[in-house]
Design a protein around this ligand. Structure first.
Ligand SMILES: Cc1ncc(COP(=O)(O)O)c(C=O)c1O
Length: 456
């Protein structure tokens, strides 16, 4: 057993940390220097068991796009599930939706599949997205998308992935994550470069970009593997790998290569979907038309649900059961998707988020005045950034990043900011719920400046 972290003046949280340390292995969580215990959440705030208030700058991990526990979402969720009115049978049971749909079809699932596919097809670039292959986590959905592509022709076994991406840890999703140097790799996977240098900071956003070197990498793979190349998977922006948001021409060049060579183009939007890039989907922002889009995280606003969405031709390559498991298309998940779709259809979530985006980005760029802040990256008009630290004053960038997360958590005057443990060791992820207002954004950034300035 490893000793659990303890923070001063947090008796209840410290007890929970200590108990978690005894009954849960540390592998359950990624590293964070705070090990925050979150007792309650509403909107853009969490509260610790001691009643300390924290701005949530993580949205879970880009999950609670509509904020935490939004009442209208919740009411819809309860109503889709049928948990209203008087229970049946002398109050013993609700006559409500089943909480399992294995080997059966539920109307709520049919409705969710139809509405999700209709929505995707109505967006520019969404016309190939016609069928929903549900999953219970992002990595499962990535794996199902890759399975479908590979099943087109089992002799075409090669997969291309963009280097330093994150698609999950399990199975084929793990195989296309990271780079060739990480560990023993799946021999079917080849990595190509992602233009990290060219998008290392927001100041490079409008600089000219030349996709030619990346086209050349793809052509070299074609020379080597020819028709064996079957499928290419990329994130629209590198998320878990350190927040790198590329020029459109890069992703468009990848897509063109796929079109020219009958290669399936999979866009992993598990992180970007439902508003993070300023549009509902990143394929709109980046002017793409993916063969399969992978959705997750914000899709259920906190209820674990994911999906691969593609064409009947592609998904028809898999036979009965080849994309099935216990939880996929579970009514609990489908009801959450419907409630999420309803909330976005009401219309002002993205407008609000774009306005707050400008306030947050201005505040983050100002952080570069501090000697330990190197770069700021993010989606223009979106709600996701990375702030990269640098070595300074004898402390490494990673030390600074951990210290920033801790200082924000400790906060001042009973108000702090909840951040995830650093990405790629030295990048602070900024991703509040899309419903954060301009005033809240300004308050949070002012607080962040105060806290970080005191660290110098
Ligand atoms: C782009 C992307 N794809 C896939 C995943 C894996 O999702 P999950 O953790 O739900 O398996 C993640 C998780 O962070 C992600 O960011």
């Amino acid at each position: 057993m490893t000793a659990s972290l303890q923070h001063a003046n947090e008796p209840a949280s410290n007890t929970d940390r200590e108990t978690a340390g005894r009954f849960e292995p540390k592998s359950l969580r990624t590293y964070t220097p705070t090990q925050a215990v979150l007792a309650k959440s509403a909107g853009v705030f969490h509260w610790t068991p001691e009643g300390r208030k924290l701005f949530d700058f993580s949205s879970g991990v880009l999950v609670a796009n509509l904020g935490h526990n939004p009442s209208s979402w919740m009411q819809k969720y309860v109503s889709y599930m049928g948990w209203t009115g008087n229970p049946w049978n002398e109050g013993t049971y609700f006559n409500a939706l089943p909480m399992t749909a294995y080997n059966a079809i539920t109307p709520v699932e049919v409705q969710a599949s139809k509405r999700l596919a209709d929505l995707l097809q109505s967006r520019p670039g969404g016309k190939r997205l016609q069928q929903v292959l549900w999953a219970a986590s992002g990595s499962e959905a990535v794996q199902k998308a890759l399975w479908a592509a590979l099943a087109r022709d089992r002799t075409r076994e090669m997969i291309v992935a963009t280097r330093f991406g994150f698609h999950g840890k399990k199975g084929l999703a793990g195989a296309v994550t990271g780079s060739e140097t990480d560990r023993e790799r799946d021999p079917r996977v080849r990595f190509i470069g992602f233009p990290m240098k060219e998008c290392a900071d927001v100041s490079l956003r409008d600089k000219p970009f030349d996709p030619a070197p990346y086209r050349a990498e793809l052509e070299a793979l074609k020379q080597q593997f020819g028709r064996k190349l079957n499928v290419l998977i990329t994130e629209p922006y590198i998320g878990g790998g350190g927040s790198y948001h590329p020029h459109k021409a890069y992703l468009q060049a990848l897509q063109q290569f796929c079109r020219d060579n009958d290669i399936v183009f999979i866009l992993d939007e598990v992180q970007s979907n439902f508003g993070r890039t300023g549009d509902l989907f990143a394929f709109e922002t980046y002017g793409l038309e993916p063969d399969i889009v992978v959705l997750g995280k914000g899709l259920g606003n906190g209820v674990p649900v994911a999906a691969a969405v593609g064409s009947p031709t592609l998904f028809g390559t898999l036979d009965y059961g080849e994309g099935s498991d216990t939880w996929s298309a579970n009514p609990l998940c489908c009801a959450a998707v419907l409630a999420t779709l309803d909330e976005f259809a009401r219309g002002n979530v993205l407008e609000n988020s774009r306005r707050s985006s400008a306030v947050i980005e201005k505040g983050l760029v100002k952080l570069k005045e501090l000697p330990f802040v190197a770069q700021v990256r993010g989606e223009k008009s979106g709600m996701v950034w990375g702030v990269e630290m640098r070595d300074h004053g004898g402390q490494s960038a990673a030390d600074w990043a951990n210290a920033v997360v801790l200082a924000c958590y400790r906060g001042a005057d009973n108000l702090g900011i909840h951040l995830l443990g650093p990405l790629a060791k030295k990048v602070i992820r900024i991703a509040p719920p899309l419903v954060i207002t301009e005033t809240q954004s300004q308050q949070a950034l002012d607080l962040m400046h105060r806290l970080l300035a005191a660290m110098v």
